[in-house]
Design a protein around this ligand. Structure first.
Ligand code: CAA
Length: 285
């Protein structure tokens, strides 16, 4: 199966997840890592993702080997050249994203479309860095990418219809549902989710109920797979705080101001699953 070539820039949770999902669909994937040291780590991370899919019966070992052969990992951003779709998935820091997007814009082939996986920064703020804003849009994936069905497609003011169509076809080819939204801080997903998580943290802070009780209410009352506190730990408390601060800065709306407890926990280094402690305790990974 040959579906074409894409590139993903950034090999964190989201970048590796996007790479895994695209490999599973038949794409050649070039994954750009930060430095030579990151190559093995990224390869292992993606292999572990495939192992999880195998453990669930969603994939065979033969298919995994075939997918891994289509993965090229490089630390030279110029290697995005030749990809039809390039997805930026570096940390949610505006200047870092702008720098990376301008390098991508310089290296990409003329017809490539460029997408950012930003979860909160407006496309308008990032668009000037790319060079040709017509081919630029937001493709917001959800963690764990190989499992989550949604891609929030963010149309910037200058995004062309052709770029939107290519991104839609790419998402649906991966078995995902692409939902188009306008460019706005936090888009639709995070302006809903972050207020929900923040309110749960505030309820905990005010002693309205305990952590398990709050999460049980969302799990049994709303059929959510995880409660809001468990989900915040899963996303990363630092990531939640950063998204909220970013939306708050862009809108000035107090409903997006991160709860004091969240800010304090991040300050103490309690970042959720990745640090071993958040609202719950976790075994080191
Ligand atoms: N490829 C890779 N990993 C896979 C996989 C596959 N095909 N299938 C399953 N997995 C992973 C799961 O993610 C899970 O990983 P962890 O060990 O890290 O938890 C593990 O394999 C076990 O999978 P199960 O399906 O057996 O586990 P589960 O039934 O407990 O489901 C879950 C896990 C899918 C994470 C589920 O709890 C869930 O859907 N939670 C909600 C997730 C969510 O809301 N995500 C969105 C977060 S917001 C976001 O991402 C955007 C943002 O901007 C903040």
């Amino acid at each position: 199966m040959m579906a074409g070539r894409i590139a993903v820039v950034g090999a964190g949770t989201m970048g590796c997840g996007i790479a895994q999902a695209a490999l599973g669909t038949g794409y050649e994937v070039t994954l750009i890592v930060h430095s030579e040291k990151g190559v093995n780590e990224a390869r292992e991370r993606i292999a572990t993702g495939f192992e999880k899919a195998i453990a669930k019966g969603a994939m065979t070992s033969e298919k995994k080997e075939e997918c891994m052969k289509r993965l090229k990992i490089s630390w030279d951003i110029k290697d995005v050249n030749g990809a039809e779709i390039i997805i930026e998935a570096v940390p949610e820091e505006p200047n870092t994203k702008k720098d990376v997007l301008s390098s991508i814009g310089r290296s990409a082939g003329q017809n490539a479309i460029i997408a950012t996986n930003t979860s909160s920064i407006s496309i308008a703020a990032l668009s000037p860095s790319v060079g040709n804003p017509g081919r630029f849009l937001g493709m917001h994936f959800f963690n764990p990418v190989p499992v989550m069905k949604l891609v929030e497609l963010v149309r910037g003011k200058e995004t062309s219809d052709a770029a939107m169509d290519i991104a839609k076809a790419f998402a649906s080819g991966m078995g995902k549902v692409a939902v188009e939204v306008k460019d706005s801080p936090g888009f639709v997903s995070n302006r809903i989710l972050m207020v929900f998580i923040n309110e749960a943290i505030t309820a905990l802070e005010e002693g309205i109920s305990g952590r398990e009780a709050i999460d049980t209410i969302a799990k049994l009352g709303f059929n959510h797979p995880m409660g809001p506190l468990e989900l915040a730990d899963y996303i990363g408390l630092d990531v939640c705080r950063d998204i909220m601060e970013s939306i708050y800065e862009q809108t000035g709306d107090a409903k997006f101001k991160p709860a004091k407890l969240l800010v304090d926990m991040v300050g103490m280094g309690n970042l959720g699953r990745k640090s071993g402690k958040g609202f719950y305790e976790y075994k080191p990974r």
